[in-house]
Design a protein around this ligand. Structure first.
Ligand code: FAD
Length: 317
């Protein structure tokens, strides 16, 4: 079932979460172990992230370095198909522009269609390590907006080459990302929201936010979007902080601010256990407030920390 149908039919706030494919070489059990403890909360859909290949250098002795292109977390589509078959839960594979030509994208969409997957989250992806800015693939898309337009086109039966134009349309529900505190590269929130409107006009049926820790930022952002004519559901994305390491990288990596109340408690933390206690309590508070405000769905970035998410869900749903 499509995410937009879940949202339209919902009587209250839905639950969804995002998981990462395991590192190459790890087996699928880590995915079961991530999902099983959360099943009792009846997630409406599960997102599975996509990870593009990275360039790494391996020491080969005598001062020689070998350049290797490696996808560290393959398996997005396979995991989505497995979740549907094993758990009968709808899935949302993430699809990015980076590393994909338009033809690669078309083939990936055909594959999703054949597997009976009804959804896709359309993203640009980040620059690869070593690149100063995002560089699209030759004949690939520079922005999520163009990817969304291609998916919307395929939903009307518009394939890339003329002889296939009479071919069967796909029927994929398209979601897109949004940033309550603006995307890191955006000049400001005004330009970012203007581009966001273009993604919606191109065919995005709902939006999922970047993680945030201050609900007033989300609520203000939704209001701003509504004023700019963006009417689709905007699903808040929440992440419980659980380690000292996350405090160091999350604000910089995701260009987000931690509110004073949370920052004050975090600076006093001396161990991962301290951070987990503070981060979980904060996330419970955020989730309760958002649910009371009537958000369509609460989306959790689990990042493998399902015990913290489970604790939160047991107190919110
Ligand atoms: P875009 O919408 O293309 O925006 C990127 C930047 O360009 C913004 O600054 C925007 O203001 C600007 N812009 C947008 N459209 C235009 C235009 N037409 N012309 C000029 N400028 C424009 N990354 C992954 O690699 N894999 C994942 O699975 C993944 N999942 C994610 C899930 C969510 C919910 C979120 C919020 C992010 C996710 N990301 C993922 C990260 C995402 O790929 C990065 O944040 C990326 O830098 C931007 O992606 P986007 O789709 O928002 O890009």
């Amino acid at each position: 079932m499509k995410v937009i149908d879940h949202l339209n039919k919902a009587k209250g706030t839905l639950l969804s979460f995002e998981i990462l494919p395991p590192l190459k070489g790890k087996d699928i059990r880590s995915i079961y172990e991530g999902i099983d403890p959360l099943l009792e909360f009846k997630p409406s859909f599960i997102n599975v992230t996509y990870h593009r290949e990275e360039v790494i250098y391996k020491e080969r002795g005598h001062g020689l370095l070998q350049k290797i292109r490696l996808r560290k977390r393959p398996g997005t589509v396979g995991i989505c198909a497995m979740i549907k078959a094993k758990y009968d839960i709808d899935t949302v594979p993430h699809l990015i522009c980076g590393g994909f030509s338009r033809e690669d994208t078309e083939d990936a969409l055909i594959e999703l269609n054949f597997l009976g997957i009804d959804n896709v989250l359309a993203l640009r992806g980040d620059a690869t390590k070593g690149e100063a800015q995002f560089i699209p693939e030759r004949d690939g898309h520079a922005h999520a907006e163009d990817l969304i337009r291609q998916i919307a086109g395929l939903n009307k039966g518009q394939y890339l080459y003329e002889e296939e134009q009479e071919a069967a349309p796909t029927d994929l529900c398209v979601g897109a990302a949004c940033y309550p505190e603006k995307h890191a590269e955006a000049l400001n929130l005004t330009t970012d929201v203007a581009y966001l409107k273009r993604k919606v006009d191109a065919g995005a049926e709902y939006l999922v936010t970047q993680m945030f820790f201050d609900n007033t930022k989300y609520l203000g952002f939704v209001e701003r979007c509504r004023n700019e004519g963006i009417k689709v559901p905007i699903i808040p994305g929440l992440k419980p902080l659980t380690t000292l390491k996350q405090i160091a990288f999350i604000p910089k990596t995701f260009a987000i601010d931690l509110p004073d109340g949370l920052a004050k408690e975090l600076v006093a933390c001396r161990s991962d256990a301290d951070v987990k206690a503070v981060g979980t309590a904060w996330c419970i508070q955020q989730a309760r407030e958002l649910k009371a405000a009537g958000v369509p769905c609460l989306h959790f970035y689990t990042m493998g920390r399902n015990d913290a998410v489970r604790n939160i869900l047991s107190q919110v749903f």
